[in-house]
Ligand binder design. Structure first.
Ligand SMILES: [Zn+2]
Length: 263
C-alpha cells in the first residue's frame, strides 16, 4: 500500500487520460496521492481532482521557478482560508539556486510569505530545494513551522539531510535512488532514520534509471520502494509499515480512517 506524497497528476499525460490514469494508480495499490500545484493557474484543476477522486489530495503553492504576482499569493491565501477538506499541505514551494536567471529576492519573498501561511493555518509544506540546502535550512529553522514538511526529491549528503531531519522535516525518497551514479544520495537514504522517510515520484518528472527520456508515472512508486528495500537493512514489511505511518503522521489531514480500512 503506497502514498505518493508528490505527484504532478494535474499535468498531461495524466489529465489527458484521467480514467485510465486513475485505474492504473488503483491497480498499483496507491491509496493516497498528493498533487502539489506549481502556480495559481492550476489551483482549480487540482481542487477539482480532489473532488472527483477519493485517493487524490491537494497541496497548493507557488513554485520557485515560475513567475508569480501578488494576486496569485492573495488567491492562495483566500483558498487556504476557506479550508477545503482535501487541502492537506502548502506546496510546492521553495528555493532554487540552479537557474540563476530567476529573481532571487522575489523567490525568497514568495517563499517566506507561503511559510507564514502554512504556519498560520497549521499545514505542512512540500519543499523544493535545489542548490539551496544551507539557506533552506536557515529559512526553515527561522520559520519554525508547527507541522514541518517534506524536503522533496532530496539529493545531497547525509549531513545535509540530518540537519533537516533534526528540524523535524521528512526526506522525500524518489527516483533519484534508482541511479547507480547518485551514490551520495543512495548512501544518505540508506543511513537516515527510517522514521524520517516518505515516498514520492514527482511524476511526470524524474524518470527512474532505465526509463530516461520517458514519462514518469505514480505507479512506478513500487519500484522506488523496491530499490529502497535493497538499500536498507530492515525488512520490506517494516519499511512499508513505517513509511505509511510517517506519511499519516505528517499529513494529519489525509483521511486516515479510509486508508487504514483497506489495510
Ligand atoms: Zn515537483
Amino acid at each position: 500500500m503506497f502514498i505518493d506524497t508528490h505527484c504532478h497528476f494535474d499535468f498531461p499525460p495524466f489529465t489527458d487520460h484521467l480514467a485510465d490514469s486513475i485505474a492504473k494508480i488503483r491497480q498499483a495499490d496507491i491509496v493516497g496521492l498528493i498533487i502539489p500545484a506549481v502556480s495559481a493557474n492550476y489551483f482549480d484543476t487540482v481542487l477539482q481532482l480532489t473532488d472527483d477522486y477519493n485517493e487524490i489530495y491537494a497541496a497548493l503553492g507557488l513554485h520557485p521557478i515560475y513567475q508569480h504576482t501578488m494576486v496569485d499569493l492573495e488567491r492562495l491565501t483566500d483558498i487556504v482560508k476557506t479550508k477545503p477538506n482535501k487541502l492537506i499541505a502548502i506546496g510546492e514551494i521553495g528555493l532554487d539556486r540552479y537557474d540563476l536567471s530567476i529573481d532571487w529576492q522575489q523567490q525568497l519573498s514568495f517563499f517566506r510569505s507561503q511559510l507564514a501561511l502554512a504556519k498560520q493555518f497549521d499545514l505542512p509544506v512540500l519543499i523544493h530545494s535545489r542548490k539551496a540546502h544551507d539557506i533552506m535550512y536557515h529559512e526553515l529553522h527561522r520559520a519554525n513551522l508547527p507541522c514541518r514538511g517534506v524536503i522533496h526529491g532530496f539529493s545531497g549528503s547525509y549531513q545535509q539531510a540530518m540537519q533537516f531531519v533534526k528540524l523535524g522535516y521528512y526526506i522525500g525518497v524518489g527516483g533519484v535512488i534508482s541511479y547507480e551514479r547518485a551514490n551520495k544520495t543512495r548512501n544518505t537514504i540508506a543511513q537516515l532514520p527510517l522514521e524520517s522517510l516518505v515516498l514520492e515520484t514527482d511524476a511526470p518528472d524524474m524518470p527512474l534509471s532505465g526509463r530516461q527520456g520517458q514519462i514518469n508515472r505514480p505507479e512506478y512508486i513500487a519500484e522506488v520502494f523496491k530499490i529502497l528495500t535493497q538499500l536498507r537493512n530492515e525488512s520490506a514489511e517494516h519499511i512499508m509499515h513505517t513509511i505509511l505511518a510517517n506519511t499519516l503522521t505528517l499529513f494529519s489531514r489525509l483521511n486516515r480512517a479510509k486508508i487504514t480500512q483497506r489495510n
